[in-house]
Design a protein around this ligand. Structure first.
Ligand SMILES: Nc1ncnc2c1ncn2[C@@H]1O[C@H](COP(=O)(O)OP(=O)(O)OP(=O)(O)O)[C@@H](O)[C@H]1O
Ligand SMILES: [Mg+2]
Length: 369
C-alpha cells in the first residue's frame, strides 16, 4: 500500500491508512493494561463504521469494558450499538464452562472428564473458546472485526492457540491409545447411557481437531497483511514504551502486520497553563515521545490527548475518535485569544516572579540585620 509521508519524512500521524484499506477484515487493538485499549478500539470501530458496511467490535478481555465505554450492556451475542445502524459489539467469555460448549455431547456428565483433561493441558479451554468464537464470527459476514484485546501477555497467548490445540490433540490421542480399550470395556459393562467412556474421547478428539482447523485457518488470515493489522496502544512512559517494543517484536515473530502506534494520554504543552505538575509531565512525556519517533520511524504514530474527563458514552467516543483521523490541536487557552495572549501570560508570570524575588530579597536583608 502506498504510504503517505509528510514534509519531515514521517508517516502521516493518523489511522487514516487503516480506514482506507478496504481489504482489512481483522483489526487487533492491544497494549499494556489501562493505557486506553478499549477507548481506542471503540473509537476506531466508530470511525470504521462510517466507511465500512458493517463493523463488529469484540472484547476478549475477561474484565469486559465495552459496556462501560459505550454505556450499554452487551452480551456474548453481537448487538447493535445504540446510535449506529452498522456497528455491533459483543463480549466473549475467554474462560467458559467447557461442559456448555456445544457439540461436545458432554452436557450430561462428561464435562467433569473434560475439565480434568483441560486442566492437564494449559490454555486448551481458552483456545477452544476462542476457536468457537472465530467459527461463529466467520459465519456472520461482517465487513470488518475489531478486537479489543486484554493486556499484552494475554494477546500473545491468543496467537499461540493453534499450537496449544495441537498439543491438546496429541494428548487426547495418547490418552485414547492408553485407555481406549479399558474405557470402552467399562462403559459396555455399565451400559450405553452411562456418560463418559470411549465415545467421549472420540467426540472430544473430533471437536478439538475441528477447532484446530478453524484456528489454523484464522491464523493464516491473521498473517496476511491485506486482511489483518495490529494497532498498538501505549502511553508516553517508560514501561509502556518497553512493553510496546516487546509487543512489536512478538508480532513480527508471529508475522502479524503492525504499522500504527497510538500514543494515548498525551499532554500538549499549550495546555499546561501555570501548572508546574503539568509542565513536569510534559517534559517527561516529551522524552518518551522522542524515543517513540526514533524507534518507530516506519510507523504511523498517532498522538491522542489526555482529556479532563473519562471517555465514556457514544458521543464522547465519537468526539475522541475524530483525533484518530485529524491530528489533535489544543484549543486556545481559555484566558486568551491566541499567541498575543500567550505573550501577555508569560509577561504576567515574569512580573509575578520578579515581585517574589523582591520579597525574598527584602526578607533576606531583614534576616541579616
Ligand atoms: N485520553 C484519555 N483522556 C482521558 N481519559 C481517558 C483517555 N483514554 C482513556 N481514558 C480513560 O481511562 C480509563 C481506562 O481506559 P481504557 O478502559 O480504554 O483502558 P484499557 O487499556 O482498555 O484498560 P484495561 O487494560 O483495563 O482493559 C477509562 O476510564 C477511560 O475512559
Ligand atoms: Mg480494556
Amino acid at each position: 500500500m502506498a504510504a503517505c509521508v509528510d514534509a519531515d519524512g514521517l508517516l502521516e500521524p493518523t489511522l487514516q491508512n487503516v480506514l482506507d484499506q478496504q481489504t482489512l477484515k481483522w483489526i487487533f487493538v492491544g497494549g499494556k493494561g489501562g493505557v486506553g485499549k478499549t477507548t481506542c478500539s471503540c473509537s476506531l470501530a466508530v470511525q470504521l463504521a462510517a466507511v465500512r458496511e458493517s463493523v463488529l467490535i469484540i472484547s476478549t478481555d475477561p474484565a469486559h469494558n465495552l459496556s462501560d465505554a459505550f454505556r450499554q450492556k452487551f452480551s456474548k451475542a453481537p448487538s447493535l450499538v445504540s446510535g449506529f445502524t452498522n456497528l455491533y459489539a459483543m463480549e466473549v467469555d475467554p474462560n467458559p464452562d467447557l461442559s456448555e460448549v456445544e457439540g461436545l455431547g458432554l452436557e450430561d456428565g462428561g464435562g467433569s472428564f473434560l475439565a480434568d483433561i483441560s486442566t492437564s493441558i494449559p490454555g486448551i479451554d481458552e483456545a477452544m473458546s476462542f476457536a468457537e468464537v472465530m467459527k461463529q464470527v466467520q459465519s456472520m459476514d461482517y465487513s470488518c472485526i475489531v478486537f479489543d484485546t486484554a493486556p499484552t501477555g494475554h494477546t500473545l497467548r491468543l496467537l499461540q492457540f493453534p499450537s496449544t490445540l495441537e498439543k491438546g490433540l496429541n494428548k487426547l490421542m495418547s490418552l485414547k491409545e492408553s485407555f481406549g480399550g479399558m474405557v470402552s470395556q467399562v462403559s459396555r459393562m455399565l451400559g450405553p447411557q452411562v456418560p463418559g467412556g470411549e465415545d467421549v474421547v472420540d467426540s472430544l478428539l473430533g471437536k478439538v481437531d475441528q477447532l484446530k482447523r478453524v484456528v489454523e485457518e484464522v491464523n493464516a488470515q491473521f498473517k496476511n497483511d491485506e486482511l489483518t493489522t495490529f494497532v498498538c496502544v501505549c502511553i508516553p512512559e517508560f514501561l509502556s514504551l518497553y512493553e510496546t517494543e516487546r509487543l512489536i517484536q512478538e508480532l513480527a515473530k508471529f508475522e502479524i502486520d503492525s504499522r500504527n502506534i497510538v500514543i494515548n494520554q498525551v499532554i500538549f504543552p499549550e495546555e499546561v497553563g501555570t501548572s508546574r505538575l503539568l509542565a513536569a509531565r510534559v517534559h517527561m512525556q516529551q522524552k518518551y515521545l522522542d524515543q517513540f519517533y526514533d524507534l518507530y520511524e516506519d510507523f504511523h504514530i498517532v498522538k491522542m490527548p489526555l482529556l479532563e474527563e473519562e471517555v465514556r458514552g457514544p458521543e464522547a467516543l465519537q468526539a475522541f475518535s475524530e483525533n484518530l483521523v485529524r491530528p489533535y490541536h489544543p484549543p486556545p487557552h481559555p484566558a486568551s485569544g491566541g499567541s498575543n495572549s500567550l505573550l501577555e501570560e508569560l509577561q504576567r508570570q515574569v512580573a509575578q516572579q520578579v515581585q517574589r524575588i523582591a520579597e525574598l530579597e527584602a526578607q533576606l536583608a531583614a534576616a541579616k540585620r
